[in-house]
Ligand binder design. Sequence first.
Ligand code: C2G
Length: 131
Amino acid sequence: MKKVITFGTFDVCHVGHIRLLARAKAQGDHLTVGVSSDQLNLDKKGRNPIYSLDNRIEIIQALRCVDAVFVEESLQRKSEYIRSHGADVLVMGDDWQGKFDHLANLCKVIYLPRTPSVSTTEIIEIIREVK
Ligand code: C2G
């Protein structure tokens, strides 16, 4: 069985997230998703997620293409996560292009193109503007 792993915050889950996960799953037979902790998201993006970690995990776990979910505490622990989950393939969106190439000694590293014209940040801005 070929195991795929991917990571993300998946805040205010949208079609870009769903498509990325479906395409990640298509790279193998089993998909594990590391969902970023609130602290990690704060460090990465300078704001707290809108949805709590528990809610983000519940949403991702409910998706048909997802087989297992765990909490990603740190970007620096990718090699540990890849090993402990027995991943054969790491999939990341291409906003991370080149950032995880050093892990290619552990597993295959694939960057998939992002879905254009949709982002959590933009959704938050649109909602803010609605009166
Ligand atoms: N994504 C996408 N298309 C979009 C928006 C997001 O394909 N329009 C992808 C991203 O490239 C990422 C995944 O959906 O692979 C999750 O997106 P984020 O929640 O923004 O992930 P991020 O916070 O960048 O976390 O260890 C790495 C990080 O945890 C990734």
